[in-house]
Design a binder for this molecule. Structure first.
Ligand code: ZN
Length: 129
């Protein structure tokens, strides 16, 4: 199958944008690491708020990194002319879904099956602990 040039271009642009966003968030994280010299209660509360903020940024970075990973997979598929086709069942992924989630390589059904599988797995891990 032919390379899907238009899709590759679009995916690479999104990937670039996502990488820039990760870079920006990492810099933000760096900035918040700056130690404060004050030791009163106010700054303790502030520090707690900082930790909370940092946690949010860290999880945002992680989800963006996962997105980059998916985008790279999608680009690979586009190079083989297989972008927009579910990797698992081979059915065509609706255009609307690709508009909302350009990094997806699975149709809705397979993606939700996969997600449920992960959730079941997590549940098992939780109960055995
Ligand atoms: Zn599928």
């Amino acid at each position: 199958m032919a390379r899907q040039e238009k899709e590759i271009e679009r995916l690479q642009a999104i990937r670039q944008h996502t990488l820039e966003e990760i870079e920006r968030l990492k810099q933000e994280l760096q900035a918040e690491v700056e130690p404060t010299s004050a030791t009163d209660d106010d700054s303790a509360a502030e520090a707690a708020a900082d930790i909370y903020e940092r946690g949010k940024i860290v999880s945002l970075i992680q989800s963006l990194e996962a997105k980059v990973h998916s985008l790279e997979r999608a680009i690979e598929l586009a190079e083989q002319g297989k972008y927009g086709i579910c990797e698992k069942c081979g059915s065509v992924i609706p255009k609307e879904r690709l508009e909302i989630m350009p990094e997806t390589t699975l149709c809705v059904r397979c993606a939700s099956e996969l997600e449920q599988g992960i959730r079941r797995h997590q549940l098992r891990v939780d109960t055995t602990e």
